[in-house]
Design a protein around this ligand. Sequence first.
Ligand SMILES: [Zn+2]
Length: 167
Amino acid sequence: MKSFSQFFGEGVSCPEGTKWCTKCAKCLEVPCQDKEMKEAAGSSAAEDRRDKQLQKRQLMLNRQKLQLQMKKVAKAKQTDMYLQTEGAAWTKKSGKNSEGGLNEKGRKSYEAENPGSDLKRPSKKAGNPRRASFCARMKGMKRKLTSKRTASDPDSRINKSLRAWNC
Ligand SMILES: [Zn+2]
């Protein structure tokens, strides 16, 4: 490759391995004009790389967002279909057991309508915190929300429930 000075025929011949720097007016291994060109090329290449990485990241994030949305929609659809076909079993007789609690079908249906809930079969063990909170809730309901007739009826659902949990 011809040096800058040779190219423009300035008549300055630099020793091998050096080039004429027009700015410094001397022979240099890397003259200023070459340095600037290199830096410009280097920084623009780095910017290009950064831009591409950003674009890639954005693309990935968008894809992840889309997948999450699709999952949500799919789950909502599933729940919808389940409730439509099962008709919210926990509100119906098919979802209740003869002891007044919810059977497996009823529990599943209640959980579908109340995401995050995890109903378990009643545990009669004393000291079971689930049983303690259930009993407290049920007793409160019996006090405040139940008519005297229902409250004193041993076959009422609330009394059956209380018995099932050994409250
Ligand atoms: Zn220079």
